[in-house]
Write a protein that binds this ligand. Structure first.
Ligand SMILES: [Ca+2]
Length: 96
């Protein structure tokens, strides 16, 4: 999933990168829709990423490898759509 995305560096996704990306994505979506940015979103996204990492970051090094993500998608089917959306968002952002 991350293999061809050099913007994420060495195939790992750091916790901060993921949080920043989700916050940015929400901001862009709000702007595109012409709605105000919800001030509670950054904290909400931090909570989401905390939960994701608690479930998925099995070696607890603060970053996700492709292997960790793939194992998580097998173990927790809900994460498959989460990461599919996330990956397509990342691809869209960096292809512009
Ligand atoms: Ca890890």
């Amino acid at each position: 999933m991350f293999a061809d995305n050099t913007s994420l560096g060495n195939g790992k996704l750091a916790k901060d990168e993921m949080t920043d990306f989700l916050i940015l994505g929400n901001k862009l979506a709000a702007e595109a829709a012409g709605t105000p940015v919800d001030p509670s979103v950054p904290q909400l996204m931090r909570d989401v990423v905390d939960k994701v990492f608690k479930d998925i970051d099995v070696d607890n090094d603060g970053s996700l490898t492709l292997d960790e993500v793939l194992k998580a998608c097998t173990k927790y089917p809900d994460y498959e759509s989460f990461f599919t959306q996330f990956a397509s968002g990342v691809a869209g952002k960096f292809s512009k």
